[in-house]
Write a protein that binds this ligand. Structure first.
Ligand code: FES
Length: 107
């Protein structure tokens, strides 16, 4: 069985401004985009612990800190990094076309 993957333009690098995380919607999915060590990563924008947007959080040394209860997730892998978060985040492949950020959504 094959899975269709489509690359969707979601943002431009300039949209980060002075932030290291921004949130965007694509195909009804809320996606958080991170700028980290010269690369861009994407995860689901909903914390797996409660109803918080990770795009409203802070990036700290490769992790995103949830703004509600300060749970941490590893940005590159989506791994939950300890209480109160126990479930990993969905991650999405990212590619750049110039300054345009594209995210792969499995259909
Ligand atoms: S909602 Fe994110 S840590 Fe609780």
């Amino acid at each position: 069985m094959t899975t269709d993957v489509s690359w969707r333009p979601v943002a431009d690098l300039a949209e980060f401004g002075d932030r290291d995380v921004i949130g965007r919607e694509v195909d009804g999915l809320a996606i958080a985009l991170y700028r980290l060590d010269g690369a861009v990563y994407a995860t689901a924008d909903h914390c797996t612990h409660g109803s918080a947007r990770l795009s409203a959080g802070e990036v700290v040394e490769g992790y995103v800190e949830c703004p509600l209860h300060f749970g941490l997730f590893e940005i590159r892998t989506g791994k939950a990094a300890g209480a109160p978060v126990g479930r990993d985040l969905r991650t999405f492949p990212v590619r750049l076309d110039g300054t345009r950020i594209e995210v792969a959504i499995a259909g």
